[in-house]
Ligand binder design. Sequence first.
Ligand code: SF4
Length: 66
Amino acid sequence: MIREVIGLAQRIKCKVEECAYNDSYLCRAEEIEVRSSGENRVVNSTDGTACETFKPKDATLINPEK
Ligand code: SF4
């Protein structure tokens, strides 16, 4: 099961270069969580989604409340 999850993550293309998990536009996280990006928001396009697993490469940008 774990092997399947890792294999899936290795196929996730992502253009968020600022994320610590991004390696040449591929996600290297073992798994990711994606959610709607706003409170009480109707999601009907990719703009309404956000990756909850995002971790900034620049450690000074980490939100201590998250
Ligand atoms: S964790 Fe999310 S934002 Fe970061 S590389 Fe993976 S898919 Fe992209």
